[in-house]
Design a protein around this ligand. Structure first.
Ligand SMILES: *[C@@H]1O[C@H](CO)[C@@H](O)[C@H](O)[C@H]1NC(C)=O
Ligand SMILES: *[C@@H]1O[C@H](CO)[C@@H](O)[C@H](O)[C@H]1NC(C)=O
Ligand SMILES: *[C@@H]1O[C@H](CO)[C@@H](O)[C@H](O)[C@H]1NC(C)=O
Ligand SMILES: *[C@@H]1O[C@H](CO)[C@@H](O)[C@H](O)[C@H]1NC(C)=O
Ligand SMILES: *[C@@H]1O[C@H](CO)[C@@H](O)[C@H](O)[C@H]1NC(C)=O
Length: 360
């Protein structure tokens, strides 16, 4: 008897698992704002050296290297889309067509920042302010499909939004004092304050466009990137301490800002995906190379990216955290997305994780 009952329970749980995999996504739409961590081709046709539509980028991607992701395979946004139940990736804004936009758009752009001038050294890029303008345009297009402002608004309220911004305001602005004035104008603390103020204004705009479920990534340990340890040398921590200290100022202020938004904006649910916690704590999961890149780094094109002269990258890509001097491998992107979706440690997300955001 008991074994028969167990059998039925097992069948029911298999049925539930199956319907979760095959069923509708947990939210009807997913909009992605950010930099090269999520860019899936928006920079391909911009005049910039910050693009990744050449070999060995995309070596493990189904359609090969022309997709424009800054990694060997899928990026963080691709894995988050999969975890919330979408059966394919969210299309880039540059090429999204017709009804595709009803399930979301990816606005991500390599070297983009919170500040408009961030990344200009490398050429064109779609800053957070421009990504918000693009989103306004998407909303008009959605409304012309649905022909009902109430329905458009209701759809936008239900979507998931993720924002990965701020990395380049340090890497390709404050820390690049030969090209940007910011480090001469502001102390690290002052810069973090104005950056968070600008970011908070942008997140308020996103809320005013109907966003309610918003997962914001804070800035990770930039001082541990291979490009930074190569440039500045390592402290006892193995990383460049002063850079991690600058970023921590931003992260502390961002948390206060997120609390403000949740308190003051109607029905707002902003969360922080804590990149520091996600990249450090927790059990080992198969990586063996943490501090050097898988591909051969270019000496001529964009700083810290893979060389474009056809050299083969490392073959054991699942063991590397970094594909080039800045960007995680597909294996690392999968790990980061998985812990952003379901927190492993209590510090991984605040006040809840993406799963908590989309399922309630
Ligand atoms: C993906 O899902 C959408 C609706 O959720 C459906 O219309 C489409 O046919 C699916 N595509 C595949 C390849 O299963
Ligand atoms: C517009 O959409 C709302 C919400 O989906 C619905 O209740 C309403 O009937 C729609 N109005 C028209 C004119 O279709
Ligand atoms: C880190 O290294 C730099 C350069 O070697 C040095 O100036 C600095 O004092 C070190 N910081 C710490 C906290 O050890
Ligand atoms: C993020 O994680 C770090 C390291 O685990 C922790 O010190 C910090 O308090 C966390 N921040 C938030 C907002 O949870
Ligand atoms: C770039 O320069 C470094 C040091 O000068 C050298 O070791 C490396 O092989 C060069 N990379 C390429 C792709 O030429």
């Amino acid at each position: 008897m008991s074994s028969r009952r167990d059998h039925i329970v097992l069948m029911i749980s298999i049925f539930i698992m199956f319907s979760m995999v095959k069923g509708q996504p947990q939210v009807p739409c997913y909009f992605i704002f950010g930099d090269s961590i999520v860019d899936n081709g928006n920079n391909n046709n911009l005049i910039t050296t910050a693009k990744a539509n050449y070999f060995p980028y995309g070596i493990d991607f189904p359609n090969g290297p022309q997709n424009g992701r800054f990694t060997n395979g899928r990026n963080k946004a691709d894995f988050i889309a999969e975890l919330i139940g979408f059966n394919s990736s969210i299309p880039p804004h540059a090429t999204a067509r017709c009804n595709e936009i009803l399930r979301g758009v990816n606005y991500g752009s390599g070297v983009a920042g919170i500040r408009d001038e961030t990344g200009i050294r490398w050429g064109d890029r779609i800053s957070m302010n421009r990504q918000l303008l693009n989103h306004q345009d998407t909303i008009l297009r959605i409304n012309s499909i649905l022909r009902n402002i109430t329905a458009t608004r209701s759809l936008l309220n239900k979507c998931l939004y993720t924002v990965d911004m701020g990395n380049n305001d340090y890497l390709n602005n404050y820390l690049d004092s030969r090209f940007y004035l910011s480090s001469r104008m502001y102390t690290p603390d002052r810069f973090a304050t104005i950056l968070v103020q600008q970011f908070e204004g942008q997140l308020r705009r996103l809320h005013s466009y109907g966003a309610r479920k918003v997962a914001v990534s804070n800035i990770g340990l930039l001082g541990c990137l291979p490009e930074e340890t190569r440039t500045y040398g390592r402290n006892a921590s193995g990383c460049v301490d002063f850079i991690n200290n600058y970023v921590q100022l931003f992260n502390q202020k961002l948390k206060v800002s997120i609390d403000n938004l949740n308190t003051n904006l109607p029905n707002a649910r902003f969360i922080i995906s804590n990149q520091t916690s996600i990249s450090t704590g927790g059990p080992p999961i198969g990586f063996t190379v943490f501090d050097s890149p898988c591909c051969i780094i270019s000496n001529t094109t964009a700083k810290g990216q893979c060389s474009n002269n056809g050299q083969t990258p490392c073959s054991n890509r699942n063991q590397y955290v970094f594909f080039d001097n800045f960007h995680p491998t597909e294996a690392a992107n999968r790990a980061i997305a998985t812990r952003s979706y379901t927190a492993l440690l209590p510090t991984d997300s605040y006040p809840t994780d993406i799963k908590g955001l989309v399922q309630t």
